[in-house]
Structure formats: C-alpha cells, structure tokens
Design a binder for this molecule. Structure first.
Ligand SMILES: CC(C)(COP(=O)(O)OP(=O)(O)OC[C@H]1O[C@@H](n2cnc3c(N)ncnc32)[C@H](O)[C@@H]1OP(=O)(O)O)[C@@H](O)C(=O)NCCC(=O)NCCS
Length: 242
C-alpha cells in the first residue's frame, strides 16, 4: 500500500541554487505537455530569487526536489505576483501545490504587507488554490500596468492573443488578493465551490474563443504550423469578457 508523502516546504536560499536548472526544465516540459504558454524563466533568474529569499522550494522526505514558486514585485512594490508554480509530476495530486502556495502567500504578506498579490493561470487547480487563500477573479485592468511585467509575457506562445486584445484579456485568468479590500477566504472558497463547473466551462470557452481567430488566420493564410499563433465576486462574468 502506498504511504502518504511528507514534504518539507521552505523559503529557498543559496544552498538550493543547483536546483534551478531542473526547475526551469520542468516548467518548460510541463507547459509543453499541457499545450499552454508560460513566461519563460532562466536558471539564473530562479537563482536570483533564491538568493533574495523570494522563493519557496519543496522536497520529499528523501530530499528529492518536489516543487517551487517565486515572488516578483511590480509597480514599485504596489503589486506582488506569486509566479512559476511547479510541482514535479511524481508528486502531484497530493496537496503539495496547495502547501507551496500557502507558504509563498504568507511570505508575500510578511515581506510586502501593503502589496496587492496576484497571479495569472490557465488551470482550474490553481484557481481553486487561490480561492482557498482569499484571491478573487479580476479583470486585467486591476493588475499592475508595469510594462516590465507584461514584457514577461513575450516569451509565452499566446503573446499575440494578449496583444490582439490590447492587453485586456488572454488565456490566463487573473486573480487578486487586495489586503485593503478583500473577501474572507471562507467566502472566496465557497464562491469557487459553487461556481466550479461554470469556471471550468468558461475556461474552455475562453480558450476556444481566443484561439479560434488564430487558427482561422493560419488556415486562411496557409502560414503553416508553429509560431506565436498559436467584480469583483458581485459581477461574476465580467472578468471573462472577450
Ligand atoms: C497545477 C499544479 C501546480 C498542481 O499541483 P498539485 O500538487 O497536483 O496540486 P494539489 O494536489 O495541491 O491540488 C490542489 C487542488 O487542486 C485540485 N487539482 C489538482 N490538479 C487538478 C487538475 N488538473 N484539475 C482540476 N483540479 C485539480 C486538487 O484536487 C486540489 O483540490 P482539493 O483541495 O479540493 O483537493 C501541478 O499540476 C503542476 O505543476 N502543473 C504544471 C505547471 C502548472 O500548471 N503550474 C501552474 C501555473 S499557473
């Protein structure tokens, strides 16, 4: 019988620099497997986050790397993003992503108590985890408008879609926790549970609606494969506007 895995989820430091490459590789191969885009990060960037104490790393009981996430700050610290969440495929579906996100959320709140914390995701699992922490879905206009943040999307395969929507929408759903104006985690959690199946459908519809013009364009121009073609709670649907 399989035993429950025990994980160590800690703030990363200099002693973890050698794990940067495996983390980057897993981020890239997971995105490829899912067929989704990501803002690509180099091992050097991941190492910088470790040195600055702005990352969380997880290991299993045998010391094998299991997961990672890091903090980025934007608009002079007004916003914090918890980005690059990755759990090694061997350790998925055991609550590890939830534990990592909780730890990085606590670290963000301690280090930047005034900052709005946000994340972008294409996945229902992360929407669920964020909802448990008190995040709510928002429009892109409620995120940082810092050019450097949006420049990070350039390495994502869906960047053309983001730009065609004038940076107002893309395949990712935006979620935010505002320390000065937020619902209680119990409320956002309950809201997610109530609307889960609607969220799931909306993610699919969004993907279909946003990708369709690009597939059509490819077909019309016979341009071949590859390329970049690839509320608040009160008003539920406004962040899905196309
Ligand atoms: C997404 C990812 C981080 C989830 O990691 P994980 O450790 O398996 O997640 P957890 O076990 O903590 O699951 C958290 C919750 O999401 C649910 N969940 C997990 N995977 C899911 C999926 N594919 N679809 C829907 N729900 C899912 C779990 O049931 C759990 O809900 P519960 O609290 O009701 O039990 C992991 O699959 C991964 O690294 N994927 C590739 C990278 C990625 O997508 N990163 C996110 C970028 S925003």
């Amino acid at each position: 019988m399989e035993t429950q895995q025990q994980f160590q989820v800690i703030v990363a430091n200099e002693s973890h620099l050698s794990f940067a490459q495996i983390i980057c590789d897993e981020m890239a191969s997971s995105a490829k497997a899912r067929g989704t885009g990501i803002a690509k990060r180099s091992p050097e960037y991941i190492q910088q986050k470790m040195r600055e104490g702005k990352a969380v790393i997880a290991f299993n009981q045998d010391g094998i790397w299991a997961g990672f996430c890091y903090i980025e700050t934007w608009s002079h610290g007004e916003y914090v993003a918890n980005s690059g969440l990755i759990v090694s495929p061997n350790f998925r579906k055991g609550g590890l992503a939830k534990a990592i996100k909780k730890k990085i959320f606590e670290l963000s709140r301690q280090t930047y108590p005034e900052a709005k914390i946000f994340g972008l995701t294409t996945g229902l699992a992360v929407m669920k985890i964020n909802s448990d922490l008190g995040y709510e879905p928002v429009t892109y206009s409620e995120l940082t408008q810092d050019e450097a943040f949006w420049a990070g999307c350039k390495s994502c395969v869906n960047y053309d879609i983001l730009m065609s929507k004038e940076r107002k929408n893309c395949l990712c759903t935006a979620m935010l926790y505002d320390p000065k104006d937020h619902y209680e985690p119990e409320e956002t959690k309950e809201f997610f549970e109530e609307k889960k199946s609607v969220f799931e459908r909306m993610l699919r519809i969004k993907q279909w609606k946003l990708l369709k013009p690009f597939f059509k364009e490819d077909k019309d121009t016979n341009s071949g494969s590859g390329g970049g073609g690839a509320a608040k709670l009160k008003s539920f649907f406004h962040f899905f506007n196309f």
